[in-house]
Design a protein. Sequence first.
Length: 485
Amino acid sequence: MPPLDEETAMWMPMTDPSISLSTATGLMRRQDEIIARDPAVESVIGKIGRADTSTDPAPINMSETIVTFKPKDQWPAGLTKDDIMQRLDAKLRMPGVTNIWTQPIRNRIDMLSTGIRTQVGVKVFGTDLTTIEKKSAEIERILHDVPGAVDLYAEKITGAPYLEIKANRTAAARFGISVGEVQDVIETAIGGKNLTFTIEGRQRFPVRVRYARDFREDLEGLRNVLVAAPSGTQIPLGQIADIRIVTGPSMISSENGLLRGTVLMNVRGRDVGGFVDNAKRVVAQRVAMPPGYYLEWSGQYENQIRAKERLQIVIPIVLVVIFALLYMTYRSAREALHVLLAVPFALTGGIMLLKFLGYNFSVAVWVGFIALFGTAVQTGVVMVIYLEEAVARKTAAPEGLTRETLHQGVMEGALLRLRPKLMTVATVVAGLLPIMWSTRTGAEFMKPLATPVLGGMVSSLIHVLIVTPVIFTAIRERELRRQND
């Protein structure tokens, strides 16, 4: 479907997984200040880290900023939302930061339905995180060459710093200290241990004890944490455990029983379906996947695939139903096909206007075409009725029906239908033009729906007034020759 303008924007910058909370918070504050200084922005609200819910597993290196714009009547003439977002995107370009722009409601829907927070995503499935990350980065580099790809980001799976404390069993045994005692000290002194709960009204708060920050904020301080031996001697933790900083995954994602990495991107300047088809060919040609690893394209593209499969069923059914109704009306397959020719003529005008206005094919466009098919066939039916009545009058005349009287009857019937047809087209156009001029919320849905009807009504006008009488005359002349023979 065409994207609904929520009149707000959501900015989701991605940084390195090893970034600290204080650095990430300071960076987000600086970025939000840049956004707030833009004259078209009314308010900015940023969030960093994950919310208190399992449905929002956001790492520290991904922040979310909701940008609310001022009313459009306060914008300079000719300025659009896309122009503002491109201007903000240019201001927010920083080393080590990848910008991702979307909309709040659209983002939540995409995340819940596909797990991808951009328009399009490539899911890389496999069994080894390092290989998955390597292939994701390779796909990102290749997709930079595909026209339309913006906001490209291969999620960094590894690179987050972890403190690893591994008990040295041999050294601990010399002092009579068990591994469990070492772990209890690590939990109590560094991680914090819940001793009890305090109750305030209906709320319960844990009371936790651990060393002050000065004693646990660096490796040297951690090595000096004391562990009591059975003899009463205080042994530094660094003598009975190996303490070091290691890197690992910031967040592990899995799907269908396999580990998963993702390459995120948005599409601008072209339709999503055409971009994905092009990108699929490029990636298939230039990326070799190891055995047991495979790719899957996801995001809003999945919705397009489902809509395409549904339309491949609905549109033929619509045409079959129209043909069946025409056959029941005329009791002739030839007459039914004659009137059904209004469909391709109407389709031509709709496609030409879509091309002129720069709209991509979408569900809204095809719904407009389905409405157009019914209207075009209806006007064709009315034209044929006028022609048959005019020919019937010529047939009932004393001289009977001849080639000359047939032409006269067709001309009379077509002229009688000229004014009603022009009134029908003018009424439809007058009713849909306000939609084409609208700029309010929802217009981006209605404009693609109304465009095929507007263009198709003009081309069907030419067909019904010129082509339909010609085809009708040819059919009746053939019948007349058979009767005379």
